[in-house]
Design a protein around this ligand. Structure first.
Ligand code: ZN
Length: 192
C-alpha cells in the first residue's frame, strides 16, 4: 500500500492505519488515515460498539471485509463481516499472511498458481468441492482459532484442520463462506 499521506483531502498527516476494504457488494478500496481521521477508514473495526454477547451468529455466513496494517506498533489484522447483521470480527495475523490475502483480494497476477490456488486445484482434481471454512473454537492460551476446511467428496463431508488465515485465503480463492460455530462466540472481539 503506497500511501504515505492521510487520504483525507487536505490533511497530509502521516497515516496510522492502512486498509484494503471490500464492501458487501464487492467493491475494493484502499485507504490510509492519520490518528485524527481513523473513523474515516470506514470500518466498524475502528467504530467499535458492543453488539451484545447473546446473539447466536452460528448460522451466519461470514466474508472477508478488510486487511488492516498499523505500522507502529507493527500489527496486521483481518476483518470478517457477516452477511446478516454486518457485525465484524477482528483477527490478528502476521505480515506474510496479510500479504497473501492482500494479493489475493487485489488479484495480483502470478505466472503459476499461488499456494492457495494450488490447494483449491488439488481439492477439485480429487473430485472434491470446497464447501466452507468453519471456525469452531478459540484457544485463549495459544491465542489461536481452531478451524477446518469442509470439503464435499461424493456423499462424504471431509474436515481438514487449518489456520484461520489459510481459511480466509481459501474462501477468497474458492468464493465460499466462513462459518463461526463456537459455543461461546461472545468471547471473540465482535464489533458492530
Ligand atoms: Zn488525516
Amino acid at each position: 500500500m503506497k500511501m504515505w499521506q492521510c487520504s483525507v483531502s487536505g490533511c497530509g498527516e502521516q497515516p496510522r492505519l492502512f486498509a484494503l476494504v471490500v464492501s458487501p457488494d464487492g467493491n475494493r478500496s484502499e485507504r490510509a488515515v492519520c490518528q485524527n481521521h481513523i473513523e474515516r477508514i470506514g470500518l466498524p473495526y475502528v467504530q467499535a460498539k458492543d453488539s451484545g454477547p447473546n446473539l447466536d451468529r452460528s448460522s451466519f455466513d461470514w466474508r472477508f471485509c478488510a486487511v488492516v496494517w498499523a505500522p507502529e506498533p507493527q500489527e496486521f489484522t483481518l476483518v470478517l463481516r457477516n452477511t446478516r447483521d454486518a457485525s465484524t470480527i477482528v483477527i490478528p495475523t502476521g505480515y506474510v499472511e496479510a500479504t497473501w490475502i492482500y494479493n489475493i483480494v487485489n488479484k495480483v497476477p502470478y505466472e503459476q498458481p499461488t499456494t492457495h490456488e494450488f490447494i483449491a486445484n488439488t481439492i477439485r482434481s480429487l473430485a472434491g468441492t470446497p464447501v466452507e471454512a468453519v471456525v469452531e473454537g478459540y484457544d485463549g492460551k495459544a491465542q489461536s482459532f481452531q478451524c477446518y476446511l469442509a470439503i464435499q467428496i461424493a456423499s462424504a463431508l471431509i474436515k481438514v484442520k487449518c489456520r484461520i488465515s489459510d481459511a480466509v485465503a481459501i474462501t477468497l480463492v474458492t468464493d465460499t463462506p466462513i462459518r463461526i460455530i463456537m459455543p461461546d462466540i461472545s468471547q471473540l472481539p465482535f464489533r458492530r
